[in-house]
Design a protein around this ligand. Structure first.
Ligand code: FUC
Length: 793
């Protein structure tokens, strides 16, 4: 039986890149594999291949117009303010460029399938395989994208000798292909970068160039290695080196020397090091072994499918975001063309941030490395934008950016003026610190980042003359408009999202300053925190998205920006702020459950934070709505394709990452300084377990539940310190737990120790049956008093 939790599989070759092909990636090189017969298509990407121009587009006249735009906003004339902002504050579209697909490697002449066709992605080994029976026997193909050896490898094994033809295809105009005795070289350039791919071919038959193609004769076993690079360099102002610096010939030679078994082994070992960091298991009522697309259409509410999509998000993050590279863009590293939808850019009003929501909680903190590096890149270019556009210190970035770290506002004042993107990104550094508890990171990287981000806002925020609060103006509530007497307007003062982000920013600054010994920075953050306006509830009980209770142009808009504070922020919780939590609930009800893929993923996170597991599960099943690959772009009905990639539509990877984070949030929360286990467990998931999800404070949490009740709990402490945990009332504390009333306990943990708790599943008489402090041994296996209900992973 197929491993339902870690395998995607299909009975047909993929007919479409976006919705059916299967992704592999090593963080930099990505490919979509079709598993075709008689033609295999491997559509590949290299994540630095972007068009565009890094020349700054900041508008020197902007700072002079800023005062007037603000005055118009304060005078209640937002439409005029928006018109003036459009004229004077927006930056041109020129030079933005887009992420570009590299090319296609086609293998023609593969033997026909007589039966038993299976195409599969094994998430644990990160291998895409295609197997089938031919007239002569078994045909087997495997594709990997190796991180340790920086090579994409296609291995073909066939029962009988084959005659194949290899072809490189590309839609880049300036590209040439040269073949020699054992390889194909593909070189080109776009408006900015040089790029090159090399294909090395090894086989047990004969191989020779054939015009622009490569011909293989009489081979049963073929190994094709593809390496690729550009002359991009993540460094302003030029962002490129004169020539491509990667030693592609050396990489191919290394791959040839290692050979397939070693390449495969080194790849799977490297991947497992990340993939095995955490596991979620959700038991199905009736395990369904059918192909993934059939499962999806048959029972989107199947808990095992939810677990699969959870693991898929982790897989995609490992495959698209590894140390030293650029972060995952809107399509990860899996684009099939250019221009890519929305330029395949780094959208910063939800999308890039969502890509990294699952990183810390699933133990993939290193995969957030590219994001943190990218923020440092934006800081460099963003200093100029802060100065030129606003006359401020610090740094600023707006609604979206690209490989050139563009930080100026967008070309439309309606969406391009979202400047809180930099503050939001900075919070990812704070979260990284909270999860890892790494004091060195705090001092060396986080504090300088926080200081510089806050420096912008210390200069930027005017006082609202009417209320005396700090005011974020001009700004927008991402991509949403309100109805003003002069018509629909986007430009506004202090949208709720800005204020909520700034609240988290100043709070983080205050705490980081305190912990890092910068008390004056800490005090200044506290002063600004105290001067921010509170969240407001409208007369119908909902949280206000804008400063005033305006009618909305689109009450069911996909962005739910004014609930940032519920997730990923920390400002609302049913226990801590019940009134706001109720207002958040009403806000969500009014917004409706529908939305693009990423919007649905976000809504699941919201319901998880509100502790409503049933509603979260309902939305999760809707997120798993099957979308045929033919569906046109739209802004309200998303889901997933057959290959489980998130459909905005079209394919946009944020929803895959968002949904992984959401499932983690249903099982474990730690944002309130206390660990809550199973805070939003849906009744439809009565039995399951998770292993090694991460909680803030450097804790690793594993749990198992039966009949919807926590049965075993294990918390590992990596850096020591107090671990506050909320346990079901009625349990007595062990020697290792101090009771703080109403189910709250504190474990005063030493670094490297583990706390284990075992509960009886007897509903009538819940009791704690054991708790121990143990030295940590990496991934836990529960021992001690065992209940043989089922094996814990
Ligand atoms: C934001 C969203 C859109 C889309 C785009 C890439 O602008 O509002 O729905 O996801 O990013």
């Amino acid at each position: 039986m197929t491993d339902l939790l870690h395998t995607l599989w299909f009975e047909r070759p993929a007919s479409d890149w976006m919705s059916e092909a299967l992704p592999v990636g090593n963080g930099r090189l990505g490919a979509m594999v079709f598993g075709g017969v008689p033609v295999e298509r491997v559509c590949f990407n290299e994540n630095t291949l972007w068009s565009g121009d890094p020349a700054p587009v900041d508008r020197p006249e902007a700072a002079r117009a800023l005062g007037e735009v603000r005055e118009l906003l304060f005078a209640g004339r937002p439409k005029e303010a928006e018109n003036l902002a459009q004229q004077m504050l927006t930056a041109p579209t020129e030079g933005f460029g887009c992420y570009q697909a590299f090319g296609d490697l086609q293998i023609e002449g593969l033997p026909d399938a007589c039966g038993d066709y299976r195409r599969m992605l094994d998430l644990r080994s990160a291998v895409v395989s295609t197997t089938y029976r031919t007239a002569a026997g078994l045909h087997r193909r495997e594709v990997i994208a190796s991180h340790p050896d920086q090579v994409l490898v296609i291995r073909i094994e066939n029962a009988a000798p084959m005659s194949l033809r290899l072809r490189l295809l590309t839609s880049h105009e300036k590209a040439k292909i040269v073949c020699d005795a054992g390889s194909m070289v593909f070189q080109g350039e776009n408006d900015r970068l040089k790029f090159e791919a090399r294909v090395g071919i090894g086989c047990d038959g004969r191989g020779e160039p054939d015009g622009f193609c490569f011909r293989i004769e009489d081979a049963k076993v073929v190994t094709i290695c593809l390496v690729a690079a550009t002359n991009y360099r993540p460094q302003a102002p030029d962002f490129r080196t004169p020539e491509i610096e990667a030693d592609l010939a050396g990489q191919l030679e290394n791959a040839r020397r290692l050979g397939w078994p070693s390449l495969r082994e080194r790849h799977t070992a490297d991947h497992a090091r990340f993939y095995n960091r955490s596991v979620v298991e959700l038991a199905s009522m009736v395990p369904d072994d059918a192909p993934t697309d059939v499962r999806l259409r048959r029972n989107p509410a199947d808990p095992a499918l939810a677990a699969l999509v959870f693991h898929y998000g982790r897989y995609l993050l490992i495959a698209s975001s590894r140390a030293g590279g650029l972060p995952a863009n809107l399509q990860g590293i899996w684009a099939d063309k250019h221009p890519t939808p929305w330029n395949g850019d780094f959208h910063l009003n939800i999308n890039l941030q969502m890509n990294y929501w699952p990183a810390e909680v699933t133990g993939l903190g290193e995969c957030a490395g590219p994001l943190l590096d990218y923020i440092d890149l934006l800081r460099v270019t963003g200093r100029r934008t802060a100065k030129v556009h606003y006359g401020c210190g610090g740094w600023a970035v707006h609604w979206a950016s690209n490989a050139w770290a563009r930080t100026a506002p967008g070309w439309s004042a309606t969406w391009g003026m979202f400047h809180a993107a930099g503050a939001w990104l900075t919070l990812h550094g704070w979260e990284h610190y909270l999860f890892a508890g790494d004091e060195e990171f705090l001092r060396r990287r986080l504090l300088p980042l926080l200081r510089e981000t806050c420096a912008f806002y210390f200069d930027f925020l005017p006082k609202d003359p009417r209320t005396g609060f700090w005011c974020s103006a001009p700004s927008v509530s991402p991509e949403n408009a309100y109805i003003h007497k002069d018509g629909p307007v986007f430009l506004c003062r202090s949208p709720a999202m800005d204020i909520q982000i700034l609240r988290e920013l100043f709070r983080a600054g205050a705490q980081a300053g305190e912990r890092g010994g910068d008390t004056s920075f800490s005090a200044k953050c506290l002063e600004y925190l105290a001067g921010l306006p509170p969240d407001r509830i409208g007369c119908d009980g909902r949280i206000l998205e804008w400063e005033e209770e305006y009618p909305e142009t689109e009450p069911r808009h996909r962005h739910v920006s004014h609930l940032f504070t519920l997730f990923p922020g920390t400002g609302i919780s049913p226990a801590g702020t019940p009134q706001l939590a109720e207002a958040a609930r009403l806000t969500l009800e009014a917004r409706g459950d529908d939305g693009t893929g990423w919007s649905k993923a976000w809504k699941i996170c919201f319901w998880a934070r509100l502790g409503d597991g049933s509603r979260a599960a309902k939305l999760l099943a809707e997120f798993l709505t099957w979308i045929p690959g033919t569906k046109e772009m739209n802004y309200s009905h998303g889901g997933v394709y057959s290959n489980l990639l998130c459909s905005h539509p079209p394919f946009q990877i944020d929803g895959n990452f968002g949904v992984t984070a959401a499932i983690a949030e249903m099982l474990l929360q730690s944002h309130e300084g206390v660990i809550r286990v199973l805070p939003a467990l849906p009744p439809a998931w009565p039995r399951g377990s998770f292993r090694e999800l991460r909680a803030r404070g450097g804790f690793r949490v594993s749990a198992k539940w039966e009949e919807g009740r926590l049965h075993r709990l294990r918390i590992g402490s990596t850096v020591g310190g107090d671990c506050r945990v909320l346990l079901r009332p009625g349990f007595s504390a062990t020697d290792f737990l101090e009771s703080h009333g109403e189910g709250f306990f504190v474990w005063r943990s030493a670094p490297g120790t583990v706390l284990e708790l075992y509960y009886s599943i007897d509903r009538a008489r819940p009791r704690q049956t054991g708790g121990r402090n143990l030295p940590e041994r990496g991934c836990p296996q529960f021992d001690g008093p065992q209940n043989p209900v089922s094996a814990f992973p």
